[in-house]
Design a protein around this ligand. Structure first.
Ligand code: NAD
Ligand code: TYD
Length: 338
């Protein structure tokens, strides 16, 4: 099976490529990514010399860059991860890049997929499109779409464009919506890698507001397995929720990280809350479990231990990131907040 994977140099995309290469002998992967701040070819070092893998640098929002990639190959599916993915950036640095990549870029990919008759399109989306929950219940695939931050709004728009392409043109599209991922190669601006890296350097751990916001955490490999099942066996037009079944307040996650690293709780620093901060996410993943036989294989304690170990063993990877673009970004958002 020859797949076009977009955003394969990012966190989940690179884990997905590694997952496919070790799971299937007969897979071919074209990784299309324009290497934004979040794209890093170091994530794919092990795949670089694999004859089943190739990298193409291109922007999904530029049809002229996509056209030759589609024209020169016979893809059997597109698996679409490429996105601007960080809520805080969408809040503090402006939403234009999110609109361009997440909305316009998704539409360009849908157009090319249709024009070149690629048989299947898998759209990787997020639980954030559903908005926030109060105390009870969890999101199902039929929950209302009520995004509360600019990132989530652009992902919701992309979900609707995928739906529209399926309805209007019979495009064979499947959408997955997953909860918060963690694991190797996650850019250290997201909660878990940021807290691990700060704790390792004895820097303050910035917890937004009271830290009682709840997220459902999933180990990235479990998400990758869900996307792969949706790709191979998902029903045309379907949406599948994927969740780790581990809903926990942020403060508890941070405390567990400190415990694993043997660092003091005094590093925790409460900072002003994120504007419009969603209080709670929880996923009902019954559909993918019953229809496709998916279940998470990593419990949170084991997954977090593996993740902490990875950041301990790959210090050069995140130190290089933190000494460059990342530092400028944090200076900018902290200036705006104070
Ligand atoms: P990431 O930010 O780590 O990676 C995004 C990748 O997309 C990068 O390699 C970047 O270079 C590439 N990219 C960005 N704009 C591009 C463009 N215009 N053209 C080509 N490539 C471009 O993101 P991630 O955390 O790996 O998320 C991947 C996907 O999964 C996203 O669609 C995101 O919405 C979704 N998702 C993420 C999570 C999570 O917890 N991280 C949860 C659910 C869904
Ligand atoms: P994040 O990893 O940015 O994912 P998302 O916003 O997509 O859920 O944040 C996870 C949670 O952690 C969210 O409730 C915001 C919170 N958070 C902090 O408290 N401090 C931080 O420095 C960051 C980055 C996030």
């Amino acid at each position: 099976m020859h797949l076009l994977v977009t955003g394969g140099a990012g966190f989940i995309g690179s884990n997905f490529i590694h997952y496919l290469l070790r799971t299937y002998q007969d897979v071919r992967i074209t990784n299309l990514d324009n290497l934004t701040y979040a794209g890093n070819l170091e994530n794919l070092r092990e795949a670089e010399n694999d004859p089943r893998y190739e990298f193409v640098k291109a922007d999904i929002a530029e049809a002229a860059q996509l056209e030759p990639v589609f024209a020169d190959r016979r893809f059997e599916a597109v698996v679409h991860f490429a996105a601007e993915s960080h809520v805080d950036r969408s809040l503090h640095l402006g939403v234009e890049a999110f609109i361009r990549t997440n909305i316009l870029g998704t539409q360009k990919l849908l157009d090319l997929t249709r024009a070149h008759r690629v048989p299947r399109f898998v759209h990787v989306s997020t639980d954030e499109v559903y908005g926030s929950l109060d105390d009870g219940g969890s999101f199902t695939e039929t929950s209302p779409i009520q995004p509360n931050n600019p990132y989530a709004a652009t992902k919701a728009a992309s979900d609707f464009l995928v739906r529209a392409a399926a309805k209007s043109y019979n495009l064979d599209a499947v959408t997955t919506r997953c909860s918060n991922n963690y694991g190797p190669y996650q850019f250290p601006e997201k909660l878990i890698p940021l807290m691990i890296a700060n704790a390792m350097e004895n820097r303050p751990l910035p917890v937004y507001g009271d830290g009682q916001q709840v997220r459902d955490w999933i180990y990235v490999e479990d998400h990758c397995r869900g996307v792969d099942l949706a790709l191979r066996h998902g029903e045309t037009g379907a949406v599948y929720n994927i969740g780790g079944m581990h809903d926990v307040p942020n403060l508890e996650v941070v405390q567990q990280i400190l415990h694993l690293l043997n660092k003091p709780a005094t590093l925790i620093t409460h900072v002003p809350d994120r504007p419009g901060h969603d209080r709670r996410y929880a996923m009902d993943a019954t559909r993918i479990s019953e229809e496709l036989g998916w279940a998470p294989q990593f419990d949170f304690t084991a997954g977090l231990r593996r993740t902490v170990d990875w950041y301990l063993n790959n210090r050069a990877w995140w130190e290089r990131i933190r000494s460059g673009a990342y530092r400028d970004y944090y200076q900018k958002i902290y200036q705006q907040r104070s």
